[in-house]
Design a protein around this ligand. Structure first.
Ligand SMILES: Nc1ncnc2c1ncn2[C@@H]1O[C@H](COP(=O)(O)OP(=O)(O)OP(=O)(O)O)[C@@H](O)[C@H]1O
Length: 230
């Protein structure tokens, strides 16, 4: 859904600074994540994109400033309840179970095998692989299994750190299609991406970071760095 006019934010950052030891990771960032839209974080390597993403469900804490989810500051939420609603899929897949079906059931033990198969199929993975050992998955397959495991718990907000970095064109298309469907169904999705073409394909809203500062924001066609490459 394109963002127009004054979109209602699901998450807001107000004057957020993150400092670790003597390093300033983010500096006085104020921005909004619109509800029911795909927001993409772009910027050069080391700009602070992953740090900003991780702030949104308290995998990082601000040194100064505040992050608000659905109108309440994050520390006012029970952290586990928050992370069920605002779920993050990291760039590096971490699989915890031996069997693929058990992996998908980590957040939802009652997940039916048929629903697990449908989730896998949606992400371009063979649906009949429930008994497969997770140790046999390729990097790209593991990345999508982590996404499927998160989707099984039906979060309201999905945070994706470079979700297609290990994928070929076919799998990338499957993941981008799923992102579009989730947004069409009302989910708010925040994606870190280095791929300019991908940003143009999926973004309703773009936040541009450079050296820990927010230097631009708006729709993809208004961001000049997307015309030059990010
Ligand atoms: N705990 C930490 N202590 C000190 N510096 C850190 C810490 N975590 C990250 N950094 C540094 O902060 C900067 C921002 O890191 P971040 O991972 O957010 O950037 P990024 O934009 O996601 O980069 P990339 O595109 O390469 O993944 C980097 O220079 C990184 O080395």
């Amino acid at each position: 859904m394109p963002v127009s006019g004054e979109p209602s934010p699901v998450l807001t950052l107000d004057g957020v600074t993150v400092r670790r030891a003597s390093t300033l990771l983010l500096h006085d960032v104020t921005c909004q994540v619109p509800a029911g839209a795909c927001t993409v974080l772009v910027g050069p390597s080391g700009a602070g994109k992953s740090t900003l993403l991780r702030l949104l469900n308290r995998f990082e804490e601000p040194t100064a400033g505040a992050v608000t989810y659905r109108g309440r500051p994050l520390p006012a939420w029970d952290v586990l309840a928050l992370r069920r609603e605002v779920a993050l899929v990291a760039q590096q897949p971490v699989l915890l179970a031996d069997r693929l079906l058990d992996e998908l059931r980590i957040g939802l033990p009652a997940l039916a095998e048929a629903d697990a198969g449908a989730l896998l199929r949606r992400l371009g993975l063979p649906s009949g692989a429930a008994d497969r050992a997770t140790s046999s998955l390729s990097g790209g397959e593991a990345q999508r299994v982590c996404l499927a495991r998160t989707l099984a718990v039906a979060p309201r907000v999905l945070l994706l750190d470079e979700p297609t970095s290990a994928l070929d064109a076919y799998a990338t298309k499957a993941v981008e299609t799923v992102i579009g469907e989730l947004v069409a169904d009302g989910m708010s999705v925040v994606v870190v991406s280095h791929d300019t073409a991908q940003v143009r394909r999926i973004a309703d809203h773009v936040l541009v970071l450079e050296s820990g500062r927010l230097i631009d924001s708006g729709s993809a066609d208004k961001i000049s760095s997307l015309q030059e490459g990010v």
